[in-house]
Ligand binder design. Structure first.
Ligand SMILES: C[S@@+](CC[C@H](N)C(=O)[O-])C[C@H]1O[C@@H](n2cnc3c(N)ncnc32)[C@H](O)[C@@H]1O
Length: 351
């Protein structure tokens, strides 16, 4: 396997040469340069949450865990991957930083069934569902879960039967599908934790390209589990899904303070948008609504300002650039769009 040195965040690690091995399950060791944003955001958030221990449970090259140790200052990082070729790479990367860490080669389900971990990072190919019950069993009270899903097609409503199989949820294509996808995933993660009498308090949720990531703290407390169960509902005939908060504003405000240029502008933007979001389910997709009304779309900021001047709460969505989150009813949003935009020119057929 040809490797290269890869700089990311504040580390430099050895990874399979991305020009020779595209990110796929067939690569000798998996590495996706485009997941940098996900790693940046997770590292920054762990810097604030500071769990005493994290397991990078599907580690690949170990880049996540190494960033958690070096940048987030996590004392005890455990690495695991089922792929024997990943072991050598992780060991070499640990040596570069003089980190002494436990490196395990085991099926993640078996490992999480037999051992408890404080914070668990689950970064599988596709759906995390086959691993969630083990995660729910393993994670401790006051722990943290960080879960990736890259099977956005069932979550976003493009493969409804697959969503029934993988997420036990009935989905359909809705204009706010990006948030729906995140909420369906959160609902299912929450459900698998509740089976173990634990609840997840979401800290940060995001959807970028074909990548969804949810991060939350975990409590093992009956009242928290009851409260979480109340937030799992059916909305617009979709569900079950999570209707509670997507982000923890206070943690995100702290996280932003740790940002610098090494984490990239996009990470800062996503964190800012997420921390300013109005806490309602869904968003109005301004372009789709404008199309429906036959007018050219006004700017998202203009719609937000108008809604605020009418006394409603309104913000952008961190998940959808054309989305407006607001407690205003749809009729009001439509009126605002009609007032703020010029009609689309349509030929009348008359001379
Ligand atoms: C998407 S990659 C992880 C990428 C890595 N976290 C990163 O940020 O670069 C998924 C990893 O899970 C490992 N894997 C797949 N099935 C596994 C299982 N059942 N138990 C443990 N590891 C597994 C694969 O070998 C692969 O390295």
């Amino acid at each position: 396997m040809r490797t290269v040195l890869w700089r990311e965040g504040k580390v430099e690690v050895e990874v399979p040469d991305p020009s020779l091995y595209p990110p796929s399950a067939d690569a000798p060791v998996f590495f996706n340069p485009r997941a940098k944003l996900s790693r940046d955001l997770s590292t920054l958030i762990l810097k604030v949450l500071k769990p005493p221990q994290v397991i990078d449970a599907m580690a690949g090259t170990g880049i996540r865990g190494i960033r958690y140790a070096v940048e987030a200052g996590i004392e005890d990082v455990v690495f695991n991957d089922i792929n024997p070729r990943a072991m050598e790479l992780i060991q070499r990367n640990l040596q570069r930083y003089g980190i002494e860490a436990e490196v395990i080669q085991e099926d993640v389900n078996l490992l999480l069934q037999r051992r408890r971990f404080v914070a668990i990072d689950l970064d599988p190919f596709g759906s995390p569902s086959p691993f969630l019950s083990s995660l729910g069993r393993s994670v401790t009270h006051r722990g943290v879960v960080l879960v990736t899903a890259t099977d956005t097609s069932p979550l976003a409503g493009s493969s409804p039967l697959s969503a029934v199989r993988k997420y036990h949820s009935v989905v359909r294509k809705l204009p706010w599908f990006r948030e729906m996808a995140v909420r369906v995933l959160l609902g299912y993660v929450q459900h698998t934790l509740m089976v173990w009498e634990k609840a997840m308090l979401p800290v940060f949720s995001f959807f970028e390209e074909h990548h969804i990531r949810v991060i939350g703290t975990v409590v093992k407390k009956p009242s928290a589990v009851t409260e979480a169960a109340k937030q799992i509902k059916i909305v617009e005939e979709v569900g079950p899904l999570w209707t509670g908060r997507l982000h923890d504003r206070e943690v995100l405000a702290e996280t932003i303070k740790h940002w610098d240029e090494d984490y990239g502008r996009r990470a800062l933007k996503v964190l800012q948008l997420a921390s300013e979001e109005v806490n309602v389910v869904g968003y109005y997709h301004i372009h789709l609504l404008s199309k429906q009304l036959g007018v050219s779309p006004p700017s998202v900021n203009k719609v937000i300002n108008e809604l605020r001047s009418l006394g409603y709460r309104a913000s952008r969505s961190s998940l959808e650039p054309k989305g407006v989150k607001t407690d205003a009813p749809e009729e009001v949003v439509k009126e605002v769009i009609l007032r703020s935009s010029s009609p689309t020119w349509k030929p009348t057929g008359r001379p």
